[in-house]
Design a protein around this ligand. Structure first.
Ligand code: GTP
Ligand code: MG
Length: 209
């Protein structure tokens, strides 16, 4: 029988202005990133089964800092601010890019970036650009398609296929992807099982060195 992993404790550690200041640099860490309002904070709450662990808002741009959570006293979740928020200035956008890329490129314990993509809209160029940048920098990532409750199954599938088709223009091997809805509470177990398998690899690797 397959073991179903569950989270016992989830604690907010703090909000940090840059990667150098982030605590707990020895735990395996998973970052959640994506355009503003895509549902990053909602997905973290779904994953941890806590209603208000990560603060959510219908107004884009809610998450501004690097928000760190400690799970089961052993591994970390990082809730990141969203990109592509139309109402911010160019200067603000490039500040975001520098701040996020510094975190992604330098955080020593970042094991996987989960890129959240809104499955209720057709593919967006800035999502593809962001994924391509991760690839160019050799950063391990996977995709979570969010808001799958918002349209019919067929329409969601058609948006996801469109996104994958676009990615195929750049990638020979496609990334692992998950489908999720914070409303229907789907996608949680699959992502959790994946995180646990990476945690196990991390621990096994640490034992060898
Ligand atoms: P920023 O921190 O501003 O970048 O946003 P975020 O990506 O953390 O999004 P957040 O979780 O705050 O959710 C934004 C809005 O989308 C909220 O109104 C949520 O209730 C809604 N939302 C999030 N996930 C889902 C989902 O799976 N389905 C539906 N229908 N709405 C969702
Ligand atoms: Mg957020």
């Amino acid at each position: 029988m397959k073991i179903k992993y569950n989270i016992i404790s989830a604690d907010y550690v703090g909000s940090f202005p840059n990667w150098g200041k982030c605590q707990l640099p020895d735990n395996p860490e998973y970052a959640f990133i994506g355009r503003s309002n895509v549902g990053k904070s909602s997905f973290i709450n779904l994953l941890t089964e806590r209603n208000n662990l990560a603060l959510t808002s219908s107004k884009p741009g809610k998450t501004r800092m690097l928000n760190l959570f400690l799970i089961d006293g052993k591994w970390n979740i990082m809730d990141l601010p969203g990109y592509g928020y139309a109402k911010v200035s160019k200067a603000e956008k490039s500040k975001w890019e520098i701040f996020i890329s510094a975190y992604i490129l330098n955080r020593p314990n970042l094991l996987n970036v989960f890129v959240l993509i809104d499955a209720s809209i057709p593919f967006q160029a800035n999502d593809i650009d962001f994924i391509n940048e991760l690839g160019e920098n050799g950063i391990a990532f996977s995709i979570i398609f969010t808001k799958t409750d918002k349209l019919s199954k067929n329409k969601i599938q058609s948006n996801i296929s469109g996104f994958i088709r676009e990615l195929k223009n750049y990638w020979t091997e496609l990334p692992l992807y998950f489908m999720a809805s914070a409303i229907d509470k789907t996608g949680r177990q699959e992502v959790l099982d994946y995180i646990f398998s990476l945690n196990k690899q991390f621990i096994d690797f640490k034992k060898q060195i």
